[in-house]
Design a protein. Structure first.
Length: 212
């Protein structure tokens, strides 16, 4: 079903994966660490015909997906939440670890890794995020500007109850270079559906922090 020989997902549904060990439900297989050495950090393009997802968790559309680890001690995440690369605090870049925290850089929310597909993802475990293609994204409780299909979508960088959620920004005022710079760093993609306050809406995600 999946177009990479390395991939082993313990759940048939891509949005239900929650592995305690890479490629495994919780035990090592043989002398190797995990069931699929080399799978951590791997990314795959899947179209709609290749996807199997659990509709009770949400809808998943074809695009690019990546297998990563959620940091130990992370707060609970929800479908549509943005997670960020956790390389600054953890130094070891090969961990392919993500965090729900936005504070990993001098300007917050600059290191978006992808969008959460599984709200049952346990801290310290491995799952799949989506970083390219149409994806359900969670918006902050009160948008900065009214959204519409085609609106540009950004990480809200609001923290608190809106941690890891998205926003729509608009203003009649001239933008400062510093504002434009932050917007470029926090850009997620273009809305397919009209964003709403607290809504879970489809966004054509195009992460600029996609890793090889």
């Amino acid at each position: 079903m999946y177009n990479d020989a390395v991939v082993r997902l313990t759940s048939g549904s891509i949005n239900k994966v929650n592995d305690a060990v890479v490629g495994s439900g919780g035990t090592n297989i043989g002398p190797q660490i995990g069931a699929a050495v080399g799978q951590l950090g791997s990314g795959w393009y899947l179209d709609d015909s290749q996807l199997l997802f659990d509709s009770t968790m949400g809808t998943v559309f074809g695009g690019h997906f990546r297998y990563v680890r959620l940091r130990v001690g992370a707060a609970a995440v929800v479908v549509g939440q943005i997670v960020f690369w956790d390389t600054i605090a953890n130094a070891a870049d090969n961990l392919f670890q993500v965090t729900e925290l936005e504070s990993g850089s001098a300007d917050t929310a600059m290191r978006a890794a992808g969008i959460v597909l599984n709200s049952g993802w346990t801290a310290g475990n491995y799952s799949v995020i989506q970083d390219l293609g149409p994806t359900k994204v969670k918006f902050r409780a009160t948008l900065t500007a009214a959204g519409a299909a085609g609106s540009r979508v950004f990480a809200a960088a609001a923290g608190g109850a809106d941690l890891g959620f998205a926003d729509v920004i608009d203003s009649a005022n001239p933008a400062l270079f510093s504002d434009v710079s932050k917007m470029m760093g926090r850009y997620l993609g273009v809305a397919d559906e009209t964003p709403t306050n607290g809504g879970l809406k489809t966004v054509m995600v195009a992460m600029h922090n996609v890793r090889g």
